[in-house]
Design a protein around this ligand. Structure first.
Ligand SMILES: NC(=O)c1ccc[n+]([C@@H]2O[C@H](COP(=O)([O-])OP(=O)(O)OC[C@H]3O[C@@H](n4cnc5c(N)ncnc54)[C@H](OP(=O)(O)O)[C@@H]3O)[C@@H](O)[C@H]2O)c1
Length: 420
């Protein structure tokens, strides 16, 4: 029997995004793409009546691998068995579209090498910033530039929590509980809060935009958990607020930097103005300067649009197998950015504390720019801030480790870079 023209698509995973993709494919808006299979565990519990009767439902993944679908859309999430299934799909001669950032951050270069060898495609637009077509913009729209830096608010959960703390001086715990209630944070929010989610997206952007594949496990991360309402008060004194920033750059020396951190950003900047669960990505090219992209970083429908757009682009791009080549190498990456810093100490006040702090800074060649101390706090739990001229994070960490030996601390010092 002759194969119908157009792409035949099998969905792996019928959850939030999978269902939203199926809705688009069943809407009649993309007649050149035919949904042929839906795979999910306990598939009988997933069946819906708005999917055409021609679509085959299955909970046996081999049915998909053996099918005549041209494109497998992976929307189960997680590393395993998604990795094994995507690999098998490529080996079975299918192209793959995925929204899975962890999969692409950990195995992206390997899967892209395999796809090339198979003459197939792997597309992953939805894995970064959900509904914002940032990867395509970097790969195609800005292909004529050499991008050297990317900064992003890539995690909606952190942005929601930090902008709530900024707006109403709520504690971190209350803001997190609110985010969970509103559906912006998972029951276990560890990956979001501690930076692994943004690091995975940053690794993907570094590979695509900066053309520097790096191991996601090499990207240094710091959590937003130690941020307190008082940090927003002090940040405001400096004309700043606090956001989780994912940042990667390629220096003139060729060195690659990448890190995910809570950081001070100017209130008037795009990052400072970016509130709620919105994402924002700014890239800098040597020729074109700065370009920014913002919008919905998540949500079933915006993410599904990115997935369907990828399906359409695979259709245009599938081609001949490339001759075997060496696996794409990873670049060494450092998280030791040089930046001005904000350091908040919380102390049981007594004479001589500032002298000890400044002496430690001096021993490490760190210059103080200013000292901030709001008058309203209790003496036995006094938060004060030093702002520092540009210094490397590792040098500052060593100085702070030395200061931390003193007995006046009520809690550990908190250091945040200040990104102009
Ligand atoms: N949701 C978003 O806004 C968003 C945005 C950008 C990217 N993404 C990415 O898109 C992917 C899908 O996310 P989602 O929000 O749609 O997740 P989800 O709602 O949890 O859907 C995942 C689906 O896959 C099924 N599944 C999971 N593991 C399976 C297994 N081992 N075998 C068979 N079926 C399995 C689940 O079945 P059960 O129902 O039985 O658990 C569920 O139906 C993830 O990689 C996510 O990171 C999501």
């Amino acid at each position: 029997m002759a194969k119908p023209s157009g792409s035949r698509v099998a969905l792996l995973g019928f959850g939030t995004v999978g269902q939203a993709v199926a809705r688009i494919l069943c809407s009649g808006e993309v007649p050149q793409v035919q949904l042929t299979h839906i795979f999910n565990r306990n598939v009988d519990a997933k069946r819906v009546d708005w999917v055409p009767a021609s679509v085959r439902w299955t909970d046996v993944v081999e049915d998909i691998l053996a099918s005549d679908a041209d494109i497998v859309v992976e929307l189960v999430g997680g590393l395993h068995p998604a990795y094994e299934w995507v690999r098998s799909a490529l080996l079975a001669g299918k192209s793959v579209v995925t929204a899975n950032k962890q999969l692409m951050a950990h195995y992206g270069t390997e899967l892209l090498d395999l796809a090339r060898a198979q003459g197939r495609e792997v597309r992953f637009e939805a894995s970064v910033a959900g509904g914002i077509p940032v990867l395509r913009a970097l790969q195609e729209g800005l292909a004529g530039d050499r991008l050297v830096e990317v900064r992003g608010i890539l995690n909606g959960t952190c942005n929601y929590i930090l902008s709530r703390m900024q707006a109403d001086a709520v504690s971190f715990g209350d803001a997190l509980a609110e985010a969970q209630k509103a559906g912006y944070a998972e029951a276990d929010p560890t990956e979001d809060l501690d930076g692994a989610d943004a690091a995975a997206k940053l690794a993907i952007i570094a590979a695509v935009g900066l053309r520097r594949p790096v191991r996601v496990t090499d990207i240094a991360t710091r959590s937003i958990r130690p941020i307190e309402p008082v940090d927003f008060e002090y940040a405001r004194q400096l004309g700043c607020t606090i956001r989780q920033i994912a940042r990667a750059s390629v220096e003139d020396s060729g060195a690659v930097f990448a890190a995910v951190r809570p950081a001070l950003v100017p209130l008037s900047s795009g990052f400072g103005q970016n509130a709620g669960s919105q994402n924002l990505v700014t890239v800098r090219g040597v020729f074109g300067g700065e370009t920014s992209f913002s919008g919905h970083g998540a949500g079933g429908s915006p993410t599904a649009v990115a997935v369907v757009s990828d399906v359409l682009s695979v259709r245009r791009a599938a081609g001949e197998a490339a001759p075997p080549s060496e696996p794409t190498p990873f670049h060494i990456v450092s998280g030791d950015f040089v930046a001005p810093h904000y350091v908040r100490f919380t102390v049981n006040d007594k004479p001589g504390i500032l002298a000890q702090v400044t002496a430690a800074y001096a021993r490490y060649g760190i210059n103080i720019e200013g000292v901030l101390q709001l008058p309203k706090f209790r003496k036995d739990r006094l938060p004060f801030v030093t702002t520092l001229e540009e210094c490397s994070e590792s040098v500052l960490d060593r100085a702070l480790a030395e200061v931390a030996q003193s007995d006046f601390h009520v809690q550990a010092p908190l250091s945040l870079p200040i990104f102009a």
